[in-house]
Design a binder for this molecule. Structure first.
Ligand code: NAD
Length: 355
């Protein structure tokens, strides 16, 4: 297939680029390279003749339309977005620009391109809006998000993603444009930008720095290994019904405190020699900090539709996936060291004080 992937220098986008390019698809990676974009993340496929890169903003209609005319995609996987909830609290407008206007522009350019296609090329074309379970709001102790759960976003990030999802559905209903939406739970894995919980805790622990836990650490997230997410996305493009939503999740609910304790226990086993002198366990570095404003209590996904209708099954559970991830961080300082030195060194974001 010929796949245009936006945000392909980001965490999930780069996993999609690596996996799908290695699988023999032609890939055009479209990315603005914001602070979160790391082109080194696709180094292992960037020399393939089937891989190309366009440095562009998803809000730039001329650049996107020209790229479509030249590359002639069979499908668009739209991942480019501002993605960090804490940053959306400090600076919401960039989230509205990239996630709302950028998605509208991607849909519009894709619609123009699709309308000019004919026959098999037209009937095969797909647009996948990749979104988050955070659009559904927050759960109490019971229940799961399903595809019919009403949207109830709480942060500037989730509200901007919700807007993008509504636009994709509107393009389907209004223009018959073959778009669909996936809503996925928290991803983790290699090449995850070190502002997010799992890499932040892993790298702070190796540096002997405090491991910050918001509030009491009892907020619950449902974790999915990033490559399982990418396999779900490709399956939806291959077999999904336009106009539909598919939830993606690994049924791996953990409190934030459990996640951090698992990371510490895994590091105690894999890297005891790197533990700061005087510590019995990396867990001695855990510190509780004031909670994130508007912190959703629990997210949990029912991925039954994706399993029943499209035959998806995750290959990793949390224990196997977190082990792979931590091993990767231990072996790949070349990737994260320059980011920690130049782009983000682990300071607190999103207290709401700067807004
Ligand atoms: P990320 O922040 O790691 O990567 C985002 C990428 O998009 C970066 O490479 C950045 O340079 C690029 N980008 C940002 N604004 C752009 C713009 N205006 N034009 C072009 N490129 C731009 O994000 P991620 O964690 O890989 O998430 C990717 C997508 O998946 C997002 O849409 C996010 O909402 C969604 N998602 C993420 C998770 C998760 O757990 N990380 C879960 C569900 C859904």
């Amino acid at each position: 297939m010929r796949l245009a992937i936006t945000g392909g220098a980001g965490f999930i986008g780069s996993a999609a680029v690596r996996l799908l390019a290695k699988d023999g698809n032609a890939v055009l990676n479209i990315d603005k390279l914001t602070y979160a974009g790391c082109i080194e993340s696709v180094k292992e496929v960037s020399a393939l003749p089937s891989y190309s890169f366009l440095h562009a903003d998803v809000c730039d209609a001329a650049a996107i339309s020209k790229a479509f005319e030249e590359f002639r995609p069979d499908a668009v996987m739209h991942l480019a977005a501002e993605s960090h909830v804490d940053r959306s609290i400090d600076g919401p407008m960039e989230f509205v620009r990239s996630n709302v206007l950028g998605t509208a522009n991607m849909l519009n350019c894709s619609l123009d391109y699709w309308r000019k296609l004919e026959g098999e090329a037209k009937s095969r074309f797909r647009f996948l809006q990749i979104s988050t379970d955070e659009v559904y709001g927050s759960l109490g102790p019971e229940g799961l998000f399903s595809e019919s759960t009403p949207y109830d976003p709480r942060s500037p990030y989730s509200a901007s993603k919700a807007a993008g999802d509504h636009l994709a559905k509107a393009w389907f209903h209004t223009y018959g444009f073959p778009a669909f939406v996936t809503n996925c739970s928290n991803n983790y894995g290699p090449y995850h930008f070190p502002e997010k919980l799992i890499p932040l805790v892993t790298l702070n622990a190796l540096d002997g720095k405090p491991l910050p836990i918001y509030g009491k650490g009892d907020n619950i997230r449902d974790w999915l290994f990033v490559e399982d997410h990418v396999r779900a996305l490709k399956l939806v493009i291959d077999k999904g019904q336009p106009g539909e939503t598919y939830n993606v999740g690994g049924s791996n609910e953990r409190t934030n405190l459990e996640v951090v304790q698992t990371i510490c226990a895994t590091l105690d086993e894999l890297a005891p020699e790197r533990r700061k002198a005087g510590l019995k366990s990396y867990a001695d570095l855990i510190t509780f900090v004031p909670d994130r404003p508007g912190h959703d209590q629990r997210y949990a996904i029912d991925a039954g539709k994706l399993k029943r209708e499209l035959g998806w099954q995750p290959q990793e559970d949390f224990e196997s996936g977190i082990r792979k991830t931590i091993k990767w961080y231990l072996e790949n300082a070349w990737w994260w060291q320059p980011i920690r030195e130049r782009k983000y060194s682990g300071q607190r974001l999103g207290s709401g004080a700067s807004k």
